[in-house]
Design a protein around this ligand. Structure first.
Ligand SMILES: Cc1cc2nc3c(=O)[nH]c(=O)nc-3n(C[C@H](O)[C@H](O)[C@H](O)COP(=O)(O)OP(=O)(O)OC[C@H]3O[C@@H](n4cnc5c(N)ncnc54)[C@H](O)[C@@H]3O)c2cc1C
Length: 405
């Protein structure tokens, strides 16, 4: 399904404005996380009539509010690099566009690459640079001077993104939703979508409190619950919630702050400073998908075992148990998102399955969804993200970005 395109505004990947309008097309967006907010804002700007339905009492309470908030250019899949580069540009303009500070802090992203993987990371750096991202490949000796708190034994190089950093996902989500509302969008909280029924011209959407709305288009931006929301319409969307625990220390002395978001590629342990504290984690690949939101205390010890040789200062750091949290990645079989029309249900569009990268990829997703709903060619090649790519039953595979923040 597509609506007509005649006038209005759309920001292309190069930042130019081109004409687009959706002429009052009604679009229901399911989910008020950062992706739903980006989609709502982009569609409102393009002239759509937008209604956001969120089951929680507030925005950004799902994966968005539990993320590590990182944005990086360093990916091996070029489409991820393009999405991040676009996101970085848009976050830099956030105050001008939306009137709110995105809270971006350029703390950098440092990947500690084992000797055995150096060639692959050199190749990745070439891909990143080709798409406009900056990467410095640092010798371990150089990295040791910059970050003396690291033990770099066995590290072949440090792949450092000086333009990468962290932002404030709450501020961004609320900023987009506020700007969308100012442009005419409606946002309903405590409005869990419980039924999605096709109609002649689109969808009838029912909520838990008995509301019933119709729209031409429904955008599934339900994050870790996107698989469940798709199932309400009869669609099979392989997005599952995968728990990630984030452990938080009390203030740590002796670190030059802020630290970059630092990832030990060999063990998958990541950490960064948050104020004077340090937050850290590591995915547990053996944990089955599920919606358990409690911190996994059993996973702390195995995480520390892997972390301590690389980050020895953690041995004397104190854990602040009450500050630790858990959230869910929204994982697809190949760790790439689903952005596009459902292959069999007209008017249903998925924007989900970001597999741990949805904060940084929200701006590009909003722009891409607006183009799709308008029936315009997207500035991005969305082929790798096509929801229909799993139709042949493919459930395995995967980009290498799975385990890391
Ligand atoms: C520990 C952790 C660290 C992370 N670190 C990073 C990072 O460094 N960088 C990065 O880019 N990403 C990171 N992520 C991933 C990122 O948080 C997600 O990709 C992103 O927030 C997804 O946004 P979303 O809007 O799709 O999902 P969500 O924020 O989960 O929003 C989906 C919304 O849909 C609502 N919803 C669900 N079902 C229904 C329904 N039936 N009806 C109505 N509403 C419904 C939910 O309540 C929720 O508010 C991290 C995630 C975690 C858990």
């Amino acid at each position: 399904m597509s609506a007509q395109c005649t006038a209005g505004q759309h920001v292309s990947t190069r930042g130019s404005i081109r004409a687009m309008t959706l002429r009052g097309t009604h679009v229901i967006v399911v989910g008020a996380g950062i992706v739903g907010a980006a989609v709502a804002w982009s569609l409102t700007r393009a002239g759509a009539r937008v209604t956001v339905l969120e089951r929680a009492a507030a925005a950004a309470t799902g994966a968005t509010g539990r993320s590590a908030a990182g944005i990086r250019h360093q990916f091996s899949a070029s489409q991820n690099v393009r999405f991040s580069a676009y996101g970085a540009t848009r976050f830099a303009r956030f105050r001008a566009e939306v009137g709110v500070d995105a809270g971006f802090r350029r703390v950098g992203y440092a990947f500690l690459v084992p000797e055995t993987a150096v060639e692959a990371w050199r190749a990745q750096a070439a891909t990143v640079r080709m798409h406009g991202g900056r990467v410095d490949l640092l010798a371990p000796q150089e990295a040791a001077v910059r970050w003396p708190w690291l033990d770099l034994s066995g590290v072949g190089l440090v792949s450092y993104g000086p333009d990468d950093g962290v932002l404030d996902p709450h501020a961004v989500t609320l900023g987009w939703l506020g700007a969308a509302r100012a442009g005419g969008a409606t946002v309903h909280f405590e409005a869990e979508v419980t039924e999605l029924a096709p109609t002649a011209g689109g969808w009838r959407v029912h909520t838990a409190h008995g509301a019933s709305l119709t729209s031409e288009v429904v955008v599934n931006a339900a994050g870790p619950q996107a698989g469940r929301v798709a199932a309400l319409a009869g669609a099979d969307v392989p997005v599952v919630p995968s728990r990630r625990s984030v452990y938080v220390t009390t203030p740590v002395a002796g670190l030059a702050l802020p630290t970059p978001l630092t990832v030990d590629v060999e063990t998958g342990v990541w950490l960064r400073s948050e104020g004077e504290r340090v937050i850290f984690g590591r995915s547990n690949p053996a944990e089955p998908p599920g919606e358990n939101e409690r911190v996994d205390w059993d996973w702390l010890e195995p995480t520390l075992e892997r972390a301590l040789p690389r980050f020895p200062f953690l041995a004397s750091a104190e854990l602040d148990r009450r500050a630790c949290w858990a959230g869910h990645y929204e994982v697809t079989p190949d760790h790439l998102p689903l952005i596009g029309w459902d292959p069999s249900l007209p008017g249903l569009l998925h924007a989900a399955g970001f597999s741990g990268h949805g904060v940084q990829h929200a701006p590009a997703t909003g722009a891409a969804v607006a183009s799709l709903v308008a029936g315009e060619p997207s500035s991005f090649d969305l082929t790798p993200f096509a929801p229909g790519r799993f139709a042949d039953g493919q459930r395995v595979g995967g980009a290498d970005e799975a385990a890391i923040v």
